[in-house]
Design a binder for this molecule. Structure first.
Ligand SMILES: NC(=O)c1ccc[n+]([C@@H]2O[C@H](COP(=O)([O-])OP(=O)(O)OC[C@H]3O[C@@H](n4cnc5c(N)ncnc54)[C@H](OP(=O)(O)O)[C@@H]3O)[C@@H](O)[C@H]2O)c1
Length: 302
């Protein structure tokens, strides 16, 4: 009989990490969480930039597999502090991969659509050539290379526009802005694949059961503009969608300058995981199911 898998999850206190811990428990696994700070789901506090501390933590835990979800995810913060971005997203990923290899565990590392330029070529499949346009994208690509360079049996799963849980995410921003200001403007020229963290966690756990090697794309199916995503969020919360007004990136940036460039269209296609039977439902279905719960949590039920 299959024994329970001990799974070490980095970024356990983050948006995806919380859903990963739940999905692993549902799958009958034994998750252990690593975080930068103490909190729910975090069993051990370690800075992934500290190579020997990571190695010690993984060796003590003796996991069968490691899911690496920790990252410096503040895209504009990365642009302002490239050294920190590389330290956490590239060196940190390498440290986790080395520690996994040293203790004989298989590794699945989470990466991003921001490795693609978004200026042409979308939708991107797993064979498309990355060419990031931001420090965050470059640091995550360096992390991917470090992971697969450490052991070509390891896997990288790229995802995009992740939302869900207690922290800051796009649907929460949309609902709080509409609640507090009544209307909002959202760019209609940025296109991507919104991904509910709960669905993504289930897919990562399903992929981990097969332990495949190489690069995978996991997002909720389909793509949309930021504006249409915000409209769907408003609709799902029972709000008037015309309160979400379209604008363009140049107009938006003229008013609210941001240091990091975002890919214009970074839609990902899942071919390789789908061949293994791992797919996610259409993005709108996930949004329509999740957002009413979020609206209730924010006291916005109609
Ligand atoms: N959010 C998105 O839209 C998105 C899109 C594509 C890909 N991804 C990728 O998906 C993964 C999960 O992202 P997420 O949305 O769950 O991000 P998140 O909520 O920001 O969680 C990231 C976690 O990493 C931890 N962390 C950061 N620096 C660390 C360090 N030096 N040592 C140890 N832990 C550290 C953070 O811990 P503290 O909270 O304690 O600081 C946090 O819990 C990341 O690899 C990210 O690059 C995210």
């Amino acid at each position: 009989m299959e024994t329970r898998r001990r799974v070490f999850v980095t970024g356990a206190g983050g948006q995806l990490g919380g859903y990963l811990i739940e999905a692993l428990v549902r799958n009958g696994d034994e998750p252990r969480g690593l975080g930068a700070h103490a909190g729910p789901g975090v069993d051990v506090v370690v800075d992934i930039a500290d190579e020997s501390a990571v190695e010690r933590a993984v060796a003590e835990m003796r996991p069968r597999l490691v899911i690496h979800a920790a990252a410096y995810t503040d895209v504009d913060g990365c642009e302002r502090d490239p050294d920190r971005a590389m330290l956490i997203n590239a060196d940190g990923a390498r440290n986790v991969a080395r520690a996994a290899r040293a203790s004989g565990a298989w590794l699945l590392a989470v990466s991003t659509d921001f490795v693609f330029p978004g200026t042409g070529g979308a939708p991107y499949d797993e064979e498309a050539s990355p060419d990031p346009i931001s420090v965050y994208g470059r640091s995550k690509l360096a992390g991917e290379e470090a992971v697969l360079g450490e052991d070509d049996g390891f896997a990288v799963a790229r995802t995009a526009w992740v939302y869900g849980g207690a922290g800051k995410h796009f649907p929460r921003t949309v609902l709080t802005v509409l609640r507090d200001r009544g209307v909002m403007e959202v760019v209609d020229d940025e296109v991507g694949s919104p991904s509910f963290a709960g669905d993504l966690a289930e897919a990562l756990v399903a992929l981990s059961a097969r332990q495949p090697a190489g690069t995978f794309h996991l997002t909720n199916e389909g793509s949309t503009s930021r504006h249409q995503f915000a409209v769907a969020v408003a609709e799902a919360a029972g709000l008037d969608p015309s309160l979400v007004r379209p604008t363009t990136t140049p107009e938006f940036l003229a008013r609210y300058p941001l240091p990091a460039k975002r890919p214009q269209n970074s839609t990902l296609v899942n071919r390789r995981a789908a061949e293994l039977g791992v797919t996610l439902r259409p993005w709108r279905e996930a949004t329509m199911e999740y957002v009413p719960r979020l609206a209730a949590e924010l006291g916005m039920t109609t």
